[in-house]
Ligand binder design. Structure first.
Ligand SMILES: [Zn+2]
Ligand SMILES: [Zn+2]
Length: 253
């Protein structure tokens, strides 16, 4: 009698375990059969600030941001807690008359970037987006006008607002490389290729180390199998060269 009840208890226990594992299986099946129109966002985009909203439809990665820097600037109103008087190293610093506005940017970049032999020239205005949601501009102040005098209006983190209150970077965003190292991911250009800081494998790159689009192909921390990528450098053209390496997506605001 005693023996029998022990066996019955064992059977009960086994039954409970089978039940538990069955429940687990059915729960995970439900999760995997959920279908939506969105695709997984690649892990590299987790490097963007959480204030930047990122989604994917499989063909394009959509990046939405307000374009406001996540760091202090002398271009915020003096009454704003994010205001900080210029404390950078440029002795010729001269503030421009513009201020930082809150925008509504939508960048759409190819999920699978590919080279485009046409290498379309980069336009004035946003050509890419940094990991903090701030737009990146090319090396010109206006049509074929070099940045020469504009450089003196870059704030302590190398950004400044234009006449439309769009804050942007033309050169290495110092807040990003200060916090994430000089070899960090800076962001992406509209063609979907990533942009990195100036340091690579212990060497500080200069424009002469890169091609005319200001990049090269190789392994990066985020792409162990290698990818074409741009770099920021301290010498012109700073972020990009004569055009996009790949086919550009779009930006609206
Ligand atoms: Zn500018
Ligand atoms: Zn590189």
């Amino acid at each position: 009698m005693k023996k029998y009840s022990l066996a019955a208890t064992s059977l009960l226990l086994i039954g409970t375990l089978i039940n538990l594992s069955c429940k687990k299986d059915s729960a995970s099946t439900t999760t995997t059969t959920t279908t939506t129109s969105t695709a997984a966002v690649p892990d590299v985009f987790k490097k963007f600030n959480t204030s930047v909203v990122i989604s994917s439809d499989g063909s394009y990665i959509t990046i939405k941001s307000d374009g406001v820097p996540d760091h202090k600037s002398c271009y915020f109103a003096t009454s704003d807690s994010r205001y900080q008087a210029y404390n950078g190293t440029n002795t010729a610093f001269s503030k421009n008359p513009n201020s930082i506005g809150t925008k509504s940017f939508t960048f759409k970049i190819p999920a699978s970037p590919a080279v485009n032999a046409a290498h379309e020239a980069t336009p004035l205005g946003p050509i890419g987006v940094a990991v903090n949601g701030v737009p990146m501009y090319n090396q010109y102040a206006g049509p074929s006008q070099p940045l020469t005098s504009e450089i003196n209006s870059f704030d302590q983190y190398n950004g400044h607002p234009d006449q439309n209150s769009n804050y942007h970077y033309h050169v290495e965003p110092l807040y990003i490389t200060l916090n994430n190292t000089k070899s960090a991911l800076i962001g992406f250009l509209l063609d979907g290729f990533p942009v990195y800081g100036p340091l690579e494998n212990g060497k500080t790159l200069v424009s002469a180390d890169l091609d005319t689009y200001h990049g090269h192909t190789g392994v990066t921390a985020d792409y162990p199998n290698g990818i074409y990528h741009y770099h920021t450098t301290a010498d012109a053209p700073y972020i990009n060269g004569v055009g996009f390496y790949g086919t550009k997506g779009s930006v609206t605001q």
